[in-house]
Design a protein around this ligand. Structure first.
Ligand code: NAD
Ligand code: IPM
Ligand code: MN
Length: 344
């Protein structure tokens, strides 16, 4: 029998707390997965050794079938290369060029919008995940003097832009909206605009629209139900996905898949970070991590098991058997247990 190996990087802060709930959920499904834990990949290791993710760790991830990550980062490593060396290295060096971030309202009660006719969010943010402002190109002059000057270049390649726009069209049900800032950011803006129009021309049956990012955030809050797929560069996709997550019921519930659209290899993680403000208190919402694990098993072919997890999450939310951020009174472990109880 060939085992399916899942590498797991719990990370920092609430990362290990929520990842533990996701792993217990996978365990309850009895799918015969082989879990390879990389719990030494964390900020403590980085501070001690200067290297959080070694080449050997990278190889373990690369040769596994899929990866589940909690969240990385903490105040002690703010402004260092830590997140770049772990999360961005995995995204870039494994060429996980799609950051697929779905958002669908779980329960009317969770929407922050006053107008109830505009709450039914069901949308996917398709975020370019390998270039843009995250490319790490640039430099610094006269460092640590009052004359310090820094530059971070925004990289846009035809290869990168075309494959992410094509992916967005490939998953659209009704419409695709492209978000950029091409009225101000010149050269990259022209590339996105040009490819966007070509691709739209090839998909006459889908509705297409374009918004500048400032207007896009306004339109999203005004009526998020108008959107199906939104495609954006790395930075705007990052920002839009936290907004969509909150509109769909809360950042603690949102999932993401970092995937290579060609090979299908994926690294799955909640959209949220390590939440230092609540870390260690046992109240972090495990739903984002649990549903990210559901996305992972779905991509490996366990469709029924993934659907069962989603259904169980929905009923836990409907019964308010959830953490305080969703208006419940349960801790992380009990909230995870409520979801697993629904599976039995
Ligand atoms: P964050 O997402 O960690 O927290 C934002 C807010 O949402 C906080 O008030 C937090 O308490 C709340 N929150 C987040 N997840 C929650 C959950 N599961 N349950 C309940 N509440 C939750 O964002 P931040 O504060 O900007 O970042 C903290 C650290 O996390 C930073 O080091 C940042 O770089 C890192 N980060 C990592 C990832 C990742 O690994 N994918 C993503 C985002 C941020
Ligand atoms: C995310 C996070 C990361 C990002 C950080 C930790 C570098 O915010 O996954 O959304 O900006 O991509
Ligand atoms: Mn983010």
């Amino acid at each position: 029998e060939i085992l399916t190996t899942i590498t797991v990087i719990p990370g920092d802060g609430i990362g290990p707390e929520v990842t533990d709930q996701a792993l217990r959920t996978l365990d309850a499904l009895d799918l015969g997965l082989d879990i390879d834990m990389l719990d030494h990949v964390n900020a403590g290791t980085y501070l001690e050794t200067g290297e959080a993710l070694t080449d050997a760790d990278f190889e373990r991830v690369r040769t596994s079938d899929s990866t589940l990550l909690g969240a990385v980062g903490d105040p002690r490593v703010a402004g260092t290369d830590y997140a770049r060396d772990v999360l961005l290295r995995l995204r870039f060096d494994l060429d996980l060029y799609v950051n697929y971030r779905p958002a669908k309202l779980f329960h009317d009660r969770l929407s922050p919008l006053r107008d109830e006719t505009r709450r039914a969010v069901d949308c996917v943010i398709v975020r370019e995940n390998t270039e843009g402002l995250y490319a790490g190109m640039g430099g610094v002059l006269r460092k640590q003097t009052p004359f310090e000057m820094t530059m971070d270049a925004e990289i846009n390649t035809h290869h990168g832009v075309s494959r992410i726009v094509d992916f967005a069209f490939s998953i659209a049900r009704r419409s695709v909206c492209m978000v950029d800032k091409s009225n101000a950011v010149k050269f990259g803006g022209q590339l996105w605009q040009r490819y966007w129009r070509e691709a739209a021309g090839r998909h006459p049956r889908l509705e297409t629209s374009h918004l500048y990012v400032d207007a896009a955030v306004m339109k999203l809050v005004e009526d998020p139900t108008r959107f199906d797929v939104i495609v954006a560069n790395n930075s705007y996709g990052d920002i839009l996905s936290d907004l969509m997550a909150e509109l769909a019921g809360g950042l603690g519930t949102a999932t993401s898949a970092n995937i290579n659209g060609d090979t299908g290899f994926g690294l799955f993680e909640p959209v949220h970070g390590t939440a230092p403000d609540i870390a260690g208190k046992g109240i972090a919402n495990p739903i984002g991590a649990i549903l990210s694990a559901a996305l992972l098993i779905e991509r490996l072919g366990h469709t029924a098991a993934a659907a069962a997890v989603r259904e169980s999450v929905n009923s836990a939310i409907a019964q308010r058997r959830v953490t305080p951020d969703l208006g419940g009174e349960l801790g992380t472990v009990d909230a995870g247990e409520a979801i697993r109880a629904g599976l039995r």
